[in-house]
Design a protein around this ligand. Structure first.
Ligand code: IPE
Ligand code: MG
Length: 235
């Protein structure tokens, strides 16, 4: 059986889910938020070790102010003390991947708090991608690497791609095996461009608030049928 260590999900379709019900978009986000914890538990049950959830992109700042505010505040609720207890009880390690300089203080505090309080847990590792975009991540990574070369006066000829991988926000996770996008769109939207170099993609029309165990299982079953060659051919 081929390994399935790392699943990433682009949570999409909250707005359309709400609009179909004649509700404001934030109503969809509210229902979407409620899906996050159960999805993590299901991944754990499936022995998936890493799950990355794309919850706010560096481009999502371009949405109406009210919606941005709702989305910026939601981690405070998603990872409040009561929720944190559930994460700890289930051995879930939470890691925030994304830019840390632009989100509101309260949100930053909440996310860094849950990171700190779950850092020694290892039943499953959750990458919470929030204010995340691959271009920004690369900017950040290149700065780290360039600074190292400058400070230590290193020779650029010795530079290797591994140094980029070692300084990404996801440096502690293996590459993505299976990337799921809900909501019907078939694109990456600046999400984990390097980490998904050899990922298998699964697109479903199901909106994120309707995503459930059956849907997740369907994606896993589809993955199981894929022939992953990584550029090689069988002898
Ligand atoms: C996903 O749902 C949630 C975020 C990206 C924050 P959308 O808000 O993108 O919902 P649609 O795509 O407009 O339906
Ligand atoms: Mg969308």
């Amino acid at each position: 059986m081929k390994p399935l260590d790392h699943v990433a999900i682009i949570l999409d379709g909250n707005g359309r889910w709400a609009q179909e019900r004649n509700k404001p978009r934030t109503y969809g986000h509210r229902h979407g938020l409620d899906k996050i914890f159960d999805t993590i538990l299901f991944a754990k049950k499936q022995n998936i070790k890493y799950i990355t959830l794309f919850c706010f992109s560096t481009e999502n700042w371009n949405r109406p102010e009210k919606e941005v505010k709702w989305l910026m505040d939601f981690p405070v609720e998603a990872f409040n003390k009561k929720q944190e207890k559930k994460y700890i009880e289930n051995g879930i390690c939470v890691n925030w991947v994304g830019r840390r300089t632009k989100v509101p203080n309260e949100t930053k505090k909440t996310l860094e708090e849950i990171e700190k309080n779950t850092k020694d847990l290892n039943e499953i590792f959750v990458n919470f991608a929030f204010d995340y975009g691959s271009y920004e991540e690369l900017e950040n990574t290149f700065k780290i690497v360039f600074n190292k070369y400058e400070d230590k006066n290193l020779n650029i000829d010795n530079f290797s791609f591994q140094e980029i991988l070692d300084n990404l926000y996801t440096k502690n996770s293996p590459n993505i095996d299976l990337l799921i996008r809900t909501g019907g769109e078939q694109r990456l939207s600046n999400f984990m461009l390097l980490q998904s170099a050899y990922a298998e993609f699964y697109f479903t029309k199901t909106y994120w608030p309707d995503f459930n165990e059956q849907e997740f299982e369907k994606a896993i079953n589809s993955y199981k049928l894929r022939d992953r060659r990584f550029g090689k051919i069988e002898e």
